[in-house]
Write a new protein. Structure first.
Length: 83
């Protein structure tokens, strides 16, 4: 096992743990309470300013971390196979 495999494995482990934590921090998108009865929440503060909220930041961070995990997994596969 060369140092690149160890470093890549540690980075993959850290990014995997981070994506789990970020997903757990997000609020559920499931309709609860009066929102389910009235038909939605697009007319509230969060609906109008969705790009500036904590939930929007966490969603963007989740997408970025998912891409990082995907790229690291492919890179580690290629590294182990061809080196």
């Amino acid at each position: 096992m060369n140092p690149f495999e160890v470093i890549g494995g540690v980075l993959l482990l850290i990014s995997g743990i981070l994506i789990i934590l970020v997903v757990m921090l997000q609020e559920s998108k499931q309709a609860n309470g009066m929102n389910a009865v009235t038909g939605g929440s697009s007319e509230n503060y969060i609906g109008r300013n969705g790009g500036k909220t904590k939930d929007a930041f966490l969603a963007k961070l989740t997408r970025i971390l998912a891409i990082v995990v995907f790229i690291l997994a492919i890179a580690m596969n290629l590294l182990v196979r061809y080196l």
